[in-house]
Design a protein around this ligand. Structure first.
Ligand code: HMG
Ligand code: MG
Length: 309
């Protein structure tokens, strides 16, 4: 049953990260053809923004070393296909294949900047500066991820001003949108509201913000609802709840796209996603990976008697 709640948006744009954040942590190489089929199925299920892969150093993320082979297999889809690029080398590789959307990925903490990018926070920002400038000059859309916005496995709770500073730096260099990452999934709703309020009070417009929750402590949906109540309308999620970050201890799966769509449908919020097709895709992917999806919604819907659905 659909029951709307006050103070929520009419529509949410889901930024699907299953093919990138979802797969990057998989130990066994997933064949390129399977990744391509995954992206095609996600598009068929109605997802309009599908993060396809990363043009990072192949030794740092071996699972995505096939970016050059994968991207042409999905480039023709009528959806937005952002890709991660850490530096100019990554941007060159992405532009050579015709990518129209890229994402740089900063950290609010020094420990993760070092672990993920082999740089300090400010050295990483300096690395992104020419990437963003060149992308904008080529009329390419740029997303700026910010990891460890709430807690960091090495440094603990992350002070709000530290997060605000890096957000402002990313916007100042020309990022079109930001994604606030709870990389290790420790945030709770009050913390989400406090961060969004702090950003708003420092002049960061809420329509430039997306949220990216990992579900380690089962808080991702509650955190999403808090963000929607604050005016956020872009939410990152990963089909089937796949995911994690190879450079952050204790980063488990992302918010599952199916769990998100179930909640949004119940609230009468439009996403354009066909939940049945999406669930079938995650069941198919779980078969390829050889283990069941951690998404509660995938499990509930895929075990249901067809007559009940
Ligand atoms: P580095 O070792 O400092 O690299 O790594 P470098 O700049 O010193 O270059 C060393 C060599 O790598 C050079 O080759 C470069 O050409 C090559 P050589 O001259 O020695 O022959 N190289 C590259 N090759 C291919 N593609 C490239 C590239 N760049 C340099 N793009 C680097 C620095 C940034 C490259 C490395 O740290 C890296 O690739 N890191 C990526 C880590 C990553 O992808 N992490 C996961 C994504 S972030 C995440 O999951 C969080 C998120 O989901 C949000 C959240 O949850 O919080 C987004
Ligand atoms: Mg992530």
């Amino acid at each position: 049953m659909t029951v709307a709640a006050r103070g929520l948006p009419a529509r949410v744009r889901i930024h699907e990260v299953g093919a990138r954040d979802g797969l990057q942590n998989e130990k066994t190489a997933v064949p390129t053809s399977v990744k391509a089929e995954f992206v095609h199925r996600l598009a068929d299920a109605g997802l309009s923004t599908i993060e396809a892969t990363s043009f990072v150093h192949p030794k740092w993320v071996p699972q995505l070393a096939d970016a050059e082979q994968l991207f042409p297999l999905v480039a023709g889809l009528p959806v937005a296909l952002p890709v991660l690029v850490p530096n100019e080398r990554g941007l060159d590789r992405a532009l050579a294949l015709g990518a129209r959307r890229v994402a740089v990925f900063a950290s609010a903490t020094e420990s993760f900047a070092k672990a993920n990018l082999n740089r300090t926070v400010d050295e990483a920002l300096a690395m992104f500066e020419p990437v963003v400038a060149r992308a904008k000059a080529a009329d390419v859309h740029v997303r700026g991820y910010l990891s460890m916005c709430f807690g960091d496995p090495w440094e603990g709770a992350v002070p709000l001003p530290q997060v605000v500073r890096v957000c402002r730096a990313l916007l100042a260099m020309g990022c079109d949108e930001l994604s606030l990452g709870d990389t290790i999934g420790v945030a709770t709703p009050g913390h989400v509201t406090a961060l969004l309020s702090a950003l708003g009070s420092q002049g960061v417009p809420v329509d430039a913000l997306g949220v990216h929750f990992h579900d380690t402590y089962g808080q991702a949906l509650a955190n999403t609802l808090a963000a929607l109540q604050h005016g956020v309308t872009t939410v990152d999620a990963s089909a089937g709840g796949l995911g994690g970050c190879p450079y952050a201890r204790s980063a488990t799966g992302n918010l599952a796209t199916e769990d998100l769509v179930w909640m949004l449908q119940g609230l009468g919020i439009d996403t354009g996603v066909d939940l049945g097709r999406l669930t079938a895709t995650s069941v198919w992917m779980a078969d390829r990976l050889g283990r069941p999806s951690p998404s509660r919604t995938v499990r509930a819907l895929s075990h249901k008697d067809p007559q009940e659905q």
